[in-house]
Design a protein around this ligand. Structure first.
Ligand code: SF4
Length: 281
């Protein structure tokens, strides 16, 4: 395939999930299929296919490309690629296969020392193929920044990799069921085995219960070190909880959990970082 048709293919791959979702959710259906788009490509003069700088900026791949690699490859990259292909075509949950736009594999550094785990993709994540990109995701990005990491340094994944289906195709999100999480969890476990993070942070009670496979309460587990297959596991609040409870006290609780994580990772903690979200006297 030529470079120009590569560009068209990327645009096509990015556009199709959105069209599929519009077909499912809107009253006015878009009239474009892969065949009709391909016919359009053939009918275009070559100059129309050439990606412009603007087009390069706006085209998002349906599955994020592998980001900055910061470790020595011990064979994990090839194994992760094979695993990724299996995950992206998984059909273990037929009810989610029919409702999803795409599988949300996860995003970040395959050599990450820190892994954040959420519960499941929401509507926006399902459309874009990337976890934690809505408002809660933006807050998570700020937390990651306050820890002096970027999203490219760490890895972010969900226990459930397909968006939980909504009754009657309603909009909004629902929590994943325990059976759904236990069906999908082996994928995440394989990702963890290959990425080998030094610390896992579970975001929210559902993620903690999904990993542990048993019910618990946030009061009992938040801020305490647990273990997931030999990897230290820190449960903390989901960023969506912080969006609903924007008090300094609740933000400080999450931040204290992150300070424990930084300490466990042997990262230097500045005085400024120590003081974030402390109540003013
Ligand atoms: S939720 Fe997980 S196990 Fe179920 S179909 Fe999606 S990827 Fe497969």
């Amino acid at each position: 395939m030529s470079a120009t048709s590569d560009g068209f293919q990327e645009a096509l791959d990015a556009t199709l999930p959105i069209l599929q979702s519009m077909t499912k959710n809107l009253r006015v259906k878009p009239k474009a299929t892969r065949t009709s788009l391909e016919n359009l490509r053939i009918s275009l003069p070559a100059s129309f296919e050439k990606p412009t700088k603007t087009a390069e900026k706006t085209i998002k791949p349906s599955h994020p490309v592998t980001p900055v690699v910061s470790g020595k490859d011990d064979g994990r990259l090839a194994k992760l690629e094979i695993l990724k292909k299996s995950i992206l075509t998984c059909t273990r949950c037929p009810h989610l296969v029919t409702s999803r736009t795409q599988v949300v594999y996860g995003v970040g550094n395959p050599f990450a020392e820190l892994l954040f785990v959420g519960e499941a993709p929401g509507e926006e994540e399902d459309l874009r193929g990337e976890p934690f990109i809505g408002k809660a995701g933006q807050l998570l990005t700020k937390i990651i920044g306050a820890m002096e990491y970027t999203r490219d340094d760490i890895f972010i994944a969900n226990i459930l990799k397909c968006r939980p289906d909504m009754p009657g195709g309603e909009s909004g999100n629902r929590k994943p069921k325990p059976a759904e999480m236990s069906t999908c969890l082996p994928w995440l476990t394989q990702q963890i085995e290959l990425i080998k993070p030094k610390v896992i942070v579970a975001l929210g009670l559902t993620a903690v219960e999904g990993l542990l496979g048993e019910p618990c309460t946030m009061r009992d587990v938040r801020g305490k070190w647990l273990d997931y297959h030999g990897v230290p596991l820190m449960p903390t609040y989901h960023p969506a909880y912080l969006l609903r409870n924007q008090t300094l006290a609740e933000k400080r609780k999450v931040w204290e959990d992150m300070l424990l994580v930084l300490e466990k990772l042997g990262r230097a903690i500045s005085t400024k970082q120590q003081g974030y979200f402390l109540e003013k006297a």
